[in-house]
Design a protein around this ligand. Structure first.
Ligand code: TNX
Length: 521
């Protein structure tokens, strides 16, 4: 078994085990039937094969689906009473393992999936290599409703294959949002059917292979399906009115002089802007945001709004409010980076706070007027920052972020005066000006993403750095098996990982083990 990250609300071990013979029966509540393939795959990966899913016609028949051939059974039960007492959290769940059976209980499918993941994490082979589950009760729910990661696909492009691996990683640590930063000065990374010139013949971008590419609508939909099956919502971001050089390179009419901008491959920000009074501007926004909204199954559409340093303040406010209105007209909830709070956006628009050097007052004021807030403090949650001064890639403008920095903070104290009910959640971000390959991407994410997972899920009084360290170390074998690069941060004792205290556990950090990418020296 692998220690759980994020740490649950409550976990009691009873010292017994459920020895699971090779055939495990899932007695499925009919309302969670759709989860059979996912749950079956999860348990199958840890040696608990789904031999014979039993889907009774009605919930009360669950009890009658008794032992089959003496196999230990795993029961999935929809139960409004699951989770911490009195909780109404839609993601709450309970896992109970006795020496006779394992029960996963949740009020709905999202909690059920968390329960199944928890069970799969806890499963281990015994000394003889046979699967078993430790006897225990876990009662759990997340602290914050939205727990996400934003990936910049514009500065360097990462295709569906890499994004699927990111989704798997997020789901494993109980995140529920993947935000895709799809457009920027350097490149436009999503097909817009009404504006094919944005991605034709190649999106504008630096002249190296890793920097090129874009998602077709079909790929975008496929990725959303993959993510939705894992209860991850995709949030697309079309960044306006700044960060728009790639659009202005493809569409000459977006520039006041009517001339297409040159393709840009540097890393400066704040030089490009849409112009509010040009005739091409509003139709561009309507086409792009309309097409993206239509292709998006999630509830949100992110309009960027950051670092528009060359947009006059009045134009900025008009452009942001126009984009906000178009998103709402297309049936989505707008999200924008903190700067949009200066534009006087409506209370239904979500504000994402990132730059601790400014805007705290306007964001808190907007929240008091009803806006919801996501926190992504760059000094803690910007996983493109270097781990240490000598780290070979990444940035350092927001500081160096080691694993402990990513772990040791409380989202509720980032914005003093913020009404607690307006804090929707936490999002880490990885910007890719200086991150070029999937290996570099994963090495920046791991282990820090595990720390952010705990910050977003676990209540502060349950967070303890000294107990977190061995739990992180014990993730390493799973990362290696998945072929994920990770940083062997010296704060973690990789060779003395917690095994979860069970003889069947896999201690992590086998001596001689190594990250897929050599750690920097
Ligand atoms: C700030 S964060 C940006 C990005 C950069 C990032 C680099 C934000 C909303 N804007 O344009 O990529 O810093 O760390």
């Amino acid at each position: 078994m692998r220690p759980l990250i994020p740490r649950p609300v409550e976990m009691r071990r009873d010292g017994k085990t459920l020895a699971a013979p090779c055939a495990v029966v899932l007695a499925m509540d009919p309302e969670v039937r759709d989860l059979v393939p996912m749950v079956g795959a999860l348990l199958g990966e840890v040696g608990l094969p789904l031999a014979e899913p039993r889907v009774p016609a009605a919930t009360d028949e669950l009890e009658e689906t008794d032992d089959v051939d003496g196999a230990a059974r795993i029961v999935l039960r929809l139960d409004p009473e699951a989770g911490p007492e009195g909780s109404t959290n839609p993601e709450r769940y309970t896992v109970a393992v006795t020496d006779r059976e394992a029960t996963l209980a949740a009020p709905g499918p999202a909690g059920m999936m968390h329960a199944a993941r928890t069970l799969a994490t806890l499963a281990g082979p015994d000394a003889a290599g046979r699967p078993f589950l430790p006897g225990l009760v876990i009662v759990d729910e997340p602290r914050f409703r939205r727990r996400g990661l934003s990936v910049d696909m514009a500065r360097h492009f990462f295709g569906v294959e890499t994004l699927r691996r990111v989704v798997d990683l997020l789901a494993g640590y109980k995140f529920n949002v993947l935000h895709l930063h799809l457009t920027d000065d350097q490149g436009w990374r999503i097909e817009i059917p009404s504006r094919p010139e944005l991605t034709r013949p190649e999106p504008a971008g630096p002249d190296d292979d890793a920097a090129r590419g874009f998602l077709t609508i079909a790929e975008y939909e496929e990725l959303q399906d993959y993510a939705a099956a894992r209860f991850i919502e995709i949030v697309p971001e079309i960044d306006v009115p700044g960060h728009t050089n790639a659009a202005m390179a493809a569409i000459a009419e977006l520039s006041p002089d009517g001339r297409a901008r040159p393709v840009y491959d540097g890393i400066e920000v704040g030089f490009s802007t849409l112009t509010v009074d040009l005739p091409a501007t509003e139709p561009f926004l309507r086409d792009v945001l309309g097409d993206v909204a239509r292709a998006t199954r999630g509830r949100y559409l992110h309009i960027g709004g950051d670092e528009a340093h060359s947009t006059p303040a009045d134009d900025y406010a008009r452009l942001v409010r126009l984009a906000e209105r178009i998103v709402v007209e297309n049936g989505k909830t707008p999200i924008g980076w903190q700067e949009i709070a200066r534009a006087g956006v409506g209370p239904g628009t979500v504000i994402q706070y990132w730059d601790e050097r400014s805007d705290a007052d306007v964001v808190v004021r907007a929240a008091r007027a009803g806006a919801a807030v996501i926190v992504s403090p760059s000094s803690r949650a910007y996983l493109d920052m270097k781990y240490s001064a000598d780290y070979p890639w990444g940035q350092d403008w927001a500081g160096l972020i080691d694993v402990r920095d990513a772990f040791d903070w409380d989202p509720a104290t980032i914005l003093p005066g913020l009404p607690p009910e307006s804090l929707l959640g936490v999002e880490a971000a990885i910007w890719t000006e200086k991150i070029e390959t999937p290996e570099q991407l994963f090495e920046m994410l791991l282990p820090r993403l595990a720390a952010i997972a705990e910050v977003a899920w676990t209540a502060p009084d349950r967070m303890d750095w000294s107990r977190f360290r061995p739990r992180v170390a014990a993730q390493a074998p799973a990362w290696r098996r998945a072929g994920l690069a990770f940083h062997r941060d010296p704060q973690i004792d990789w060779d003395r990982a917690a095994s979860g205290g069970h003889p069947g556990g896999h201690p992590g950090g086998h001596p001689g083990g190594r990250a897929a990418v050599a750690p920097p020296r």
